[in-house]
Ligand binder design. Structure first.
Ligand SMILES: [Mn+2]
Length: 399
């Protein structure tokens, strides 16, 4: 790497943080089965300890996303949770309400045709806003499982109106420093018409909700052929890109490790962000978050692998020669334009990552450092013993 490239990588990594999900450290599974891990987190204290360990090794994950239903006990003081996070060297990040698990949501939450259920869903979100304010979280992250399974089952337009009303009402409750992220997903659990099925629907709903509502792009929530970087470029241009949920997919919402199937796609997404920043003269504010649950991989290892991959691809995308790219584009020099991207993608940024880690007093290889730390073995022994004491059968959510 040239000194100029090393500098660009350093600058890029200095401005890049990824939020880990609390649910990524606990036992989760598919609807077919779960395979438990002794080292899986039992409670929020374990999850925050694991997240703190990942941040200590990577220097890149200062915040942890939480799920209100899974992580907060009723009546618990959210400030105590914020203190617990601080103890482990992290802060509470995005607050995720849970609008899909309770029996009342059989026919939907914000899209339900029963006004009392819609009101309950809204109240849960308003409570989540209050939790966010208490813990100093900037983001309320909304994903809805709402939709219908059969043609004719519900009025698509009425459900849309119900979403517009509830999102607008929720936006009014946001504090001045809070942003509401609206996530979309084409299908599952609804298999006919998901109420917020794509980025266009999320964009319209966010715009109608108010100025502090933005779109959240979950990379796994797209059909196979969709051009995600184009969606990202459009949302950036509209100042409507709020954040990401990172994961990779081969077929549907597979929860695979970021970049495990198509690292070049992640690179192209990051390229659109760097290119936008170069044109605008400022880096847009984006909440980068991981949304992955690993059923087979050790959870902390998978999280570190994801973070390191995200840093590597973000650094590679920072190496695209924007001036040369603009010239190639102006001349319609298609081959050169494409090669400019390819050259950056195939640049070995190992030296840049190593230099950044050294400058930040971080281990050169976070995964190796984790394996050598003995953390997983100690966590497994401790959590196995506590499960026995508590009489817990291993469980967790189905995220
Ligand atoms: Mn997601």
């Amino acid at each position: 790497m040239t000194p100029a490239q090393l500098r660009r990588v350093r600058e890029a990594l200095n401005s890049f943080a990824v939020e880990t999900p609390s649910w990524g450290f606990a036992d989760t599974g598919t609807r077919f089965g779960k395979f438990f891990q002794d080292a899986a987190a039992i409670d929020l204290g374990d999850k925050l300890a694991d997240a703190g360990h990942v941040h200590a090794l990577t220097g890149c994950c200062p915040t942890v996303a939480v799920h209100v239903l899974w992580d907060f006990k009723p009546g618990e003081d959210p400030k105590a949770v914020a203190r617990l996070a601080r103890k482990h060297g992290v802060k509470i990040g995005a607050i995720n309400p849970n609008l899909f698990q309770d029996q009342c949501y059989k026919w939907g939450s914000f899209g339900n045709n029963d006004a009392t259920v819609r009101a309950a869903a809204l109240q849960h979100c308003v409570d989540s806003v209050a939790i966010g304010q208490a813990v100093g979280s900037e983001y309320l992250s909304l994903w809805f499982a709402d939709g219908t399974n059969y043609p004719g089952q519900g009025s698509i337009r009425e459900r849309k109106h119900a979403f517009e009303d509830s999102l607008r009402a929720l936006h009014r409750k946001l504090g001045p420093k809070q942003t509401m992220l609206v996530e979309y997903k084409p299908f599952e659990p609804a298999f006919y018409a998901t109420d917020i099925a794509d980025w266009g629907m999320a964009l319209l709903l966010a715009k109608k909700a108010g100025p502090r509502a933005k779109v959240l792009v979950d990379t796994g929530h797209h059909y196979s052929a969709q051009n995600i970087e184009q969606i990202v470029a459009w949302l950036l241009d509209e100042d409507m890109l709020g954040g990401f949920h990172f994961n990779d997919r081969r077929y549907a919402d597979d929860d695979l490790t970021l970049g495990s199937i198509d690292p070049y796609q992640v690179f192209r997404i990051f390229h659109e962000i760097h290119f936008f920043a170069a044109d605008r003269g400022r880096m847009p504010k984006i909440a980068y978050m991981i949304d992955q649950c690993h059923n087979e991989k050790p959870k902390i290892e998978a999280t570190i692998q994801t973070v390191v991959m995200a840093q590597e691809l973000y650094a590679k995308a920072a190496l695209v020669d924007h001036a040369a790219l603009r010239v190639a584009q102006a001349k319609n020099n298609v081959v050169d334009a494409e090669l400019i991207l390819k050259r950056a993608f195939f640049t070995d940024v190992t030296a840049g990552l190593a230099a950044w880690r050294k400058a930040n007093q971080l281990p050169g290889d976070p995964l190796l450092a984790h394996r050598r730390s003995g953390y997983a073995r100690a966590a497994a022994a401790d959590r196995r013993r506590r499960r026995k004491e508590l009489g817990l059968t291993q469980g967790g959510s189905f995220a």
